[in-house]
Ligand binder design. Sequence first.
Ligand code: PLP
Length: 395
Amino acid sequence: MRINPHYLTLPKNYLFSTVAAKTREFQIKYPEKSIIKLSIGDVSRPLPKVVVAALRKASTEMGQVKSFRGYGPEIGYPWLRQAIANFYTNLGVHLADDEIIISDGAKSDSSNLLDIFDRDATVAMCDPVYPVYLDTNLMLGRQPQFLHATAENNFLPLPDDSIKADIIYLCNPANPTGVCYNREQLQQWVDFARRQNAVILYDAAYACFIDDNSLPVSIYEIKGAQECAIEICSLSKMAGFTGLRCGYTIVPKKLRTKEGVSLNYLWQRRQATKFNGVSYVVQRAAEAVFTQEGLSCIQANIAYYRRNLRLIGATLQKLGWQFFGGVHAPYLWVRCPQNMTSWQCFDYLLQECGIVCTPGVGFGQNGENYIRLTGFNSYTQTRAACRRLLRLQKC
Ligand code: PLP
């Protein structure tokens, strides 16, 4: 047998396992101390009632001869694609329903999309970055070019002529830094991609957190984006679907290679061959998210996480710790105090406060000296964590 040798070159996935192991060790050593996780990358609010009702109704339908459904269309049921297209119309973005392709989430889509590009395609992505973009390219033997995201550029790198890439990943708002490009900055990326004949893989998994009407929610609000960008979307953070699994990817029909090949055709072809679609029940639940009631329920959950983020932000300000993000994304990107490394700061917060964070260096070299905190815990736990942090002032 011959394996894909690139798998052996992958860095060990030590970030979250080391965080978990260190937390476990601490718990065993100090069983009386309570631990609060400000490292949670998963939602904690339950599904909106309207979504649960849709799940129940669809499950009942599946148990009756008349309404039972087997295989559905690989790209998703038309009623869900149309509901999403209507959502975009309200943003001023006009999409045909078959430009929206339903999937089981943004993680799968961001990696599966690589199937439709040349093996030798060159890739650019931020450092620090959502590790999936990096690992899926390393698996193909590609060494990406890194776009350096640092405090000097507010963790929002912009295009320049040193970037030579066929595929450019943009995560906006960004994981792990929590920052968000504005309209002018995204326009620069779109113009650059079009000049270079590159494609932007635009991960909008956190778009629901954007809290400013002047910021674009979709890259297609930017002129020319339909000619160069694929938008990857997820209901995970938007509507609490991390366990239910549903997302969608938009591949506009205007997006074509120089030779005129449609990427929408390629992606549909890929999905029809390798994927049998998201379950009927889950698609009905997703449809409920895009109703008026669904959209207002998810706003309540997002407001809940935002309150946590504001509290953590205010606490960091009192401590005088510099941070980025936390407004248009569920992540705060915090400069470690006293020039600590990411792991020193992790140990310090665990020892002194029983707080678990995510060391920034786990997301790339430029993440060294930073930690990531999230607003996903409960308000009670977040408030308790903030009280503990404030006690550090008195030390
Ligand atoms: N994209 C980014 C940037 C993420 O941070 C995550 C999850 O944390 C995902 C995608 C995964 O989304 P999904 O649950 O839809 O697979």
